[in-house]
Design a protein. Sequence first.
Length: 218
Amino acid sequence: MERAAVFDVDGTLVDTNHLHVTTWWEAFRQAGHRVPMHAIHRAVGLPSTDLVAHLLGEDRDTDQDAELSAAHKALYGQYFDRLPALPDAGALLRRLAGDGWKVVLATSAGGPELGALRRAIDADDAIAATASADDVDAGKPAPEPVEHALDLVGVRAERAVFVGDTVWDMRAGSQAGVRCVAVLCGGLPRADLEEAGADAVYADPAALLASLERSPFG
């Protein structure tokens, strides 16, 4: 039977979370909002509109949402040519593909941003499919991104493992009924990830690769 290894990308395979924090902070600053960086860090991983709502509240001027998102996208786009993959990210995907797992990316990125992330990982030969937030009605922490990823490769939830770095990832995976693996390289505390549903926690892709046979992938 087929098995699926579903991966978040930002903060999980590519070291981008703090770039997102900085560029979102600058986008908010340019629009006249003072939002603490620590609050932005904990919101990274949400789709753009949800992130803005989470940080500015439901009573905000929603007419600004598109402007804020565009500003963040433009600021973050300055780094597309030098996004750094996390240690052994590509090697991990290739190992899993070689072991018979269907590797699927589940990300809120799309277009040029997704292309830049995939170039950083440099493992397209191991990736069977990509599920974008644009493909579903609700992004993480809703289960739809993970469910859509599984649909793309025709694998049931009980035959899948989802790897992510945020509480939004863990909640999405748990609601989708898959086993959840967390990595700490996104900068969030182990306790928060375990409370959100992580079955196992590793430092980064290299640590997961080194322990693969003893992990939920074993």
